[in-house]
Design a protein around this ligand. Structure first.
Ligand code: NI
Length: 170
């Protein structure tokens, strides 16, 4: 197991649609372990494979620290198959865009279908923070970032802040 480097906004891998996983082997399970380890190391609650530079539909979420004991999952090839009309607005951030946070509106409840790392079919219905975390990570697998879900004005402000922050770090 190892902690991998998290790629940041600007890296083209964050903007591409990832490849479906077809082989459920030890390499896949090693990737899942590394995603968990990298996420814990960065003190995040979710992480997707492209964030460690891997072009595959694999993601992890762990909300046990947030008092959601069942919200600890590794999903392969996940898709949102149903979303509630009711939405929820909560602040969101991303390990690939550190220091930037904003309120994102998303469906409150979603049903997600995918596989576990052993290749078994999984369907999860999630609400509130679990729902939000799943949607955020699945977005990553489609090359979508939470910034894309802000209004154009808020997105411009967030990008401006990000640029300033990057310049200050140089
Ligand atoms: Ni993210």
């Amino acid at each position: 197991m190892s902690v991998r480097e998290i790629v940041l906004l600007g890296d083209p891998i964050l903007r591409q649609e990832t490849e479906e996983v077809e082989v459920f082997d030890d390499d896949l399970r090693a990737l899942v372990r590394d995603l968990f380890e990298t996420m814990y190391h960065a003190e995040g609650i979710g992480l997707a494979a492209p964030q460690v530079g891997v072009d595959k539909r694999v993601m992890v979420v762990d909300l046990r620290r947030e008092d959601e004991p069942s919200a600890h999952v590794a999903l392969v090839n996940p898709r949102v198959i149903w979303a509630s009309d009711e939405t929820d607005r909560q602040p969101e951030g991303c390990l690939s865009i550190p220091g930037i946070e904003d309120v994102v509106e998303r469906p409150k409840i979603v049903r997600v279908q995918g596989s576990d790392p052993q290749g078994r079919d999984v369907v999860i219905e999630a609400d509130d923070l679990f729902s939000r975390a799943l949607q955020h990570e699945i977005d990553h697998l489609d090359g979508v970032l939470f910034l894309d879900r802000l209004t154009p004005l808020k997105r411009r402000m967030a990008l401006k802040k990000w640029k300033k922050q990057q310049e200050a770090a140089e």
